[in-house]
Design a protein around this ligand. Sequence first.
Ligand SMILES: Cc1cc2nc3c(=O)[nH]c(=O)nc-3n(C[C@H](O)[C@H](O)[C@H](O)COP(=O)(O)OP(=O)(O)OC[C@H]3O[C@@H](n4cnc5c(N)ncnc54)[C@H](O)[C@@H]3O)c2cc1C
Length: 398
Amino acid sequence: MDLHYTPEEEAFREEIRDFLREKLPPELAAKVRGGKRLTKADHERWHAILSAAGYLAVNWPRAYGGTGWSPVQRHIFDEETAAAGAPAVLAFGVNMVAPVLMKFGTQAQKDYYLPRILDGSDWWCQGYSEPGAGSDLAGLKTRAERDGEHYVVNGQKTWTTLGQYANKIFCLVRTDPQAKKQEGISFLLIDMTTPGITVRPIITLDGGREVNEVFFDNVLVPVENLVGEENKGWPCAKYLLTHERTGIAGIGQAKAALQHLKSVAGRQLKHGRPLTEDPTFARRIARVEIDLMALETTNLRVIAEAQSGGAPGAESSLLKINGSVLRQEITDLLRRSVGPYALPFLSELMDAETNQTPVGPAEAAPLAAEYFNRRKLSIYGGSNEIQKTIVAKAILGL
Ligand SMILES: Cc1cc2nc3c(=O)[nH]c(=O)nc-3n(C[C@H](O)[C@H](O)[C@H](O)COP(=O)(O)OP(=O)(O)OC[C@H]3O[C@@H](n4cnc5c(N)ncnc54)[C@H](O)[C@@H]3O)c2cc1C
């Protein structure tokens, strides 16, 4: 296993840097760097720029319009886009439902949906979790009953990220209530504009509307929207989750956040000297930096394995646990670095077009909100407690 970059990979990095210098709108990068909320239009704009360059579907084979990049190239791309302040690509279409369609979908589903993900016609959201069925996902109750050429869907999903913007939702539904839990589930593609769907906001700790509840009341879904076979949706569900977790480590974003922490702490003075020179604070930053290097090495090992044909399994749980813990630690240090200025919390300051004035340095304004928002990292995509159980069983054999 060689964990060094080849000259070709270094040349590829330069190519990506050139692309970002040329195409990443500075005002978008400023919003990301300033911790502002991104609008629907911001996300769509960045997706369109990536799509035009052929860089949106980094994990798709070329045959479907993807880049066909190696795992190392994808890693470099993640690192460079995060360092440049680019918005993260929304995973629901490109990285979640697309791989499921490629593996389990009919030709008609692939032909219809994949190009629409690339050209931005569809915004997907994820209808997995329900009240009472998050960690115990197979306990879901949303029903889909066959009636002629349709399924009639009734039930509720929750925590649906950015569902207010989506025109499509992929859903796990119960099609056989008598069967064993995992055996009566199907994977359905549903148009959000179908009558009977209601989306209600959940306002989060940071005052944002990132998640929603979605209700289904006698929603008619054509049978051709079933992916795979009826009652055999569980393998699709699990396949999608390994794709979701591997990307969640967020190493590129952690590196960018660490750089930001160093620059914020470098400008804050304690007893007349930069906070980065304070032994206690410097020790905490060093610890994060070392842990991040260790995580990156683990990530590169997983990538090297994938490069030679292996598939990430329980390792994706390890990456998810450590990546989320690190990013939470960085936001904690950021908040601490500005001390009392992190306390005043004006949710409006997270919006780019606000006329509110921050208390203290402008860079301090989003830090409390960011700290609260990052609590989610150890919960979504499968909570860290559950990931630890997976690691205990699958890696440690406990
Ligand atoms: C910000 C955010 C965005 C999300 N976006 C989406 C989305 O777009 N689509 C979607 O479908 N879902 C989404 N989710 C849902 C997410 O996947 C679930 O919240 C997660 O799987 C945990 O389920 P739960 O909330 O039901 O918690 P529970 O399962 O009720 O767990 C509560 C606590 O108990 C612990 N616990 C539960 N069972 C065990 C066990 N067996 N052993 C040890 N500890 C256990 C958990 O780790 C957790 O700490 C999102 C969640 C958040 C917070």
